[in-house]
Design a protein around this ligand. Structure first.
Ligand code: ADP
Ligand code: MG
Length: 676
């Protein structure tokens, strides 16, 4: 008999050599083996006859072997076996390549099931290298495993089957109360069914149970991580200076901004470092929140840094925050790739001396040789533009430092809990008052002439316009898509002859991009033709029109980000989505943009339409690998698991209770490979 801890080399049929192949996949013991799940199944339950199927179908056929196997040696190392089967009405010519073992095991007049692709014409039917099994073996739904190298799916299936046959009931890991409430089968049944199901519904029940457990483990693990990983900080904010900060602003903060500031300051007054995400729609005023907490941190004697993803954005932050703090003695410097060497040296030495209070900049500020005397607070803007590593590098500029990351990508709350499971979250769910509502229209290209006139009228009044195209280069499959380059060229020759057009795309060097963006911000470029590289939070209040070509190609959240580039000044702004798509679905999606201006609502719609894939790309690398769950497919089970996680923690916050012991073990296993 085996148990879960047994080395797989003790499974019958697995020698040292084969065991090696499994070890390479990270499978050392029986426990890991039985949780190595099939990628898909071949359904052999529905057998057909030749007359019922079409040429090229993948099918299973019940057939009798009617001629003995003939062997043809084609060349050295290549043997062909041929024989005939009959399904009662039709003859099937079967060819087997090289598989001597299979060829020799076939017996004339026996019944078999053939599984594979059929080639069929009016007179003959043939199968080339079908899978063949004796009719009485009983396995009808065949699991297909991710084969690797010498380890074939069949081999894996066999080894797992042998292991399960020699294993007692697999100990249950979920409390019976949970299983009843969420209608989950036992672990033993689930594991056995996932590897050898009788039918579809068994697969469904098994998957549901295993996915639930995996997502529950993930959610609980992330929540626990959040409370565990904290080591105490010596950076204490003793006094809250917000009352002194407020009069520095030309406006009153929204309630949401005030709440966010006070959540941050409460964090920083605590014994653990702040580790918080500030999420707020474009234009919700995240910069003011950042300024507010920077003010308090500086007044408490600490240095701060604010990192932005681009030169232009860093520059804008520097200008606006310098303006806010102009009547204070807070010393602010800007450090980017463009900073002159001599100035860089000066900034670095002043940072070490502690004479700079706030450093604003790009990646340049996480270089190794940039060191602070007394750093207390690090803020990352537009965090999705940075990797986890870069954020970590910033946090490393001080000991147990307080960190805030800011993001304008609205993420539906359920996903936020997973993606940002290790962060506390503040949300700005309120826009500053008197915001101009942006008018959004969906049109097709027949409208172009009127649209161009509309743009020219605005530009002639001194306003500016963005035109966004989805791609940089023309590729074969996208001949109808306008590349930004080609499109800008075309427009400058035709509709906008005599106007100043700028071009911005992802293949340009950072310096070139910044130069163009600056020319646009300064008003020298009137019409900016761009790919989505412009979506980062740049502020050009004078830009009042956003035209998005081939709008159907963009995700809703991305469209929302782009639209957020306008409506930043006092003038009425317009977003025009141009699409010639005939698809009703595409049209409805675009109409969502007309209907909603709230980024969270739009994100929810996006989630409904496209699944969470887009939200995940950004941080996926920080999460443990999942064996069976797929956030894209299993969102319903995710909701259940999140509910369940909340209930469990409400009752047993540290997972100390005996009945939660297995969950703790699950968490340890899942997070073992992740370095947080
Ligand atoms: P985002 O959250 O997109 O980074 P910003 O911080 O750039 O937004 O703010 C957008 C604009 O709104 C800025 O021009 C800023 O001065 C202004 N703003 C921020 N908060 C308020 C407020 N409470 N009342 C009025 N205007 C505000
Ligand atoms: Mg911003």
């Amino acid at each position: 008999m085996l148990n879960l801890e047994s080395d797989i080399k003790f499974i019958k049929g697995v020698g040292a050599k084969r065991a090696e192949l499994f070890y390479k996949l990270g499978i050392f013991c029986v426990d890991a083996l039985i949780h190595f799940y099939p990628r898909k199944y071949e359904d052999w339950t529905q057998t057909k006859t030749v007359s019922e199927v079409n040429n090229g179908d993948n099918i299973s056929i019940k057939a009798t072997m009617i001629t003995p196997v003939k062997e043809h040696m084609i060349r050295r190392g290549m043997t062909l076996y041929k024989c005939r089967f009959s399904d009662g009405d039709n003859i099937i010519n079967v060819t087997i390549f090289n598989n001597t073992y299979l060829a020799q095991s076939l017996r004339i007049y026996e019944d078999y099931i053939l599984f594979g692709k059929i080639e069929k014409n009016l007179t003959t039917a043939a199968m080339s290298s079908p899978k063949i099994e004796k009719i009485d073996t009983g396995i009808r739904v065949h699991p297909i495993y991710p084969a690797s190298g010498k380890l074939t799916s069949n081999m894996i299936a066999k080894v797992i089957k042998t292991a399960l046959d020699n294993l007692d009931t697999i100990p249950e890991t979920l409390d019976i109360g949970i299983r009843k409430k969420y209608n989950l089968i036992s672990l033993d049944k689930a594991v056995r069914s996932i590897h050898s199901p009788e039918n579809e519904s068994e697969i469904y029940e098994a998957r549901k149970r295993l996915i639930f457990e995996e997502l529950l483990t993930l959610q609980l693990g992330l929540l626990k991580l959040k409370s565990n990983k904290k080591s105490k900080t010596s950076i204490h904010i003793t006094k809250d200076y917000t009352d002194e900060f407020l009069p520095l602003l030309p406006y009153a903060l929204t309630n949401a901004q005030q709440r966010a500031i006070s959540e941050c300051i409460t964090d920083m007054q605590g014994v653990y470092p702040m580790n918080r995400l500030l999420q707020g729609d474009v234009g919700s005023g995240k910069t003011a929140v950042a300024s507010g907490i920077i003010y308090t941190a500086v007044k408490n004697g600490y240095q701060c840094a604010l990192m932005a993803p681009t030169e232009i954005l860093a520059q804008q932050h520097f200008e606006s925050i310098s303006k806010t703090f102009r009547n204070t003695n807070i010393k602010i410097r800007l450090l980017t790739g463009a900073t002159k060497a001599a100035e860089k040296r000066e900034i670095k030495s002043q940072l070490m001396e502690g004479t700079i209070d706030l450093l604003i900049g790009t990646h340049a500020i996480i270089q190794n040789d940039v060191a602070f005397k007394n750093a207390g607070l690090m803020i990352t803007d537009e965090q999705h533009r940075f990797g986890v590593k870069q954020r970590a590098a910033l946090a490393d500029k001080g000991e147990d430092i307080h960190t805030l990351v800011m993001s304008a990508t609205p993420i539906p709350r359920t996903l936020g809990l997973i993606i940002y499971g290790d962060l506390d979250i503040s949300i700005l769910d309120e826009l500053p008052p008197n915001r101009q509502e942006i008018r959004t229209d969906v049109v097709d290209s027949r409208y172009n002439n009127r649209l161009y006139k509309f743009i020219k009228d605005a530009v002639n009044r001194g306003e500016q316009c963005y035109i966004i195209c989805p791609m940089v280069e023309e590729t074969e499959e996208s001949v109808n898509l306008k590349s930004a380059e080609q499109f800008a060229e075309e427009l400058s020759q035709t509709a906008f002859r005599g106007y100043n057009l700028g071009l911005l795309h992802g293949k340009m060097k950072a310096k070139e991009k910044d130069a163009v963006m600056k020319a646009f911000a300064d008003g020298d470029v009137q019409i900016l033709v761009s790919t989505t590289v412009v979506e980062v939070g740049v502020d050009v209040p004078n830009a009042t029109i956003m035209v998005i070509e081939n709008a159907e190609r963009f995700g809703l959240s991305q469209l929302h980000q782009l639209r957020g580039r306008i409506g930043r000044g006092s003038k009425k702004s317009y977003c025009v989505l141009v699409s010639d798509s005939k698809s009703e679905n595409a049209r409805n999606r675009l109409m969502t943009m007309k209907k909603y201006s709230d980024g969270f609502k739009i994100a929810d719609e996006d989630l409904k339409n496209r699944g969470p894939g887009d939200f995940f790309g950004e941080r996926q690398h920080g999460l443990p690998n999942l064996k069976i769950a797929d956030m894209l497919e299993d969102i319903d089970i995710l909701h259940m698991a999140q509910n369940c996680a909340k209930e469990i923690l409400a009752e047993d916050n540290n997972l100390d209770a005996d009945k939660n012991k297995h969950l703790c073990e699950n968490i340890t296993k899942m997070f073992r490979t992740i370095n947080y």
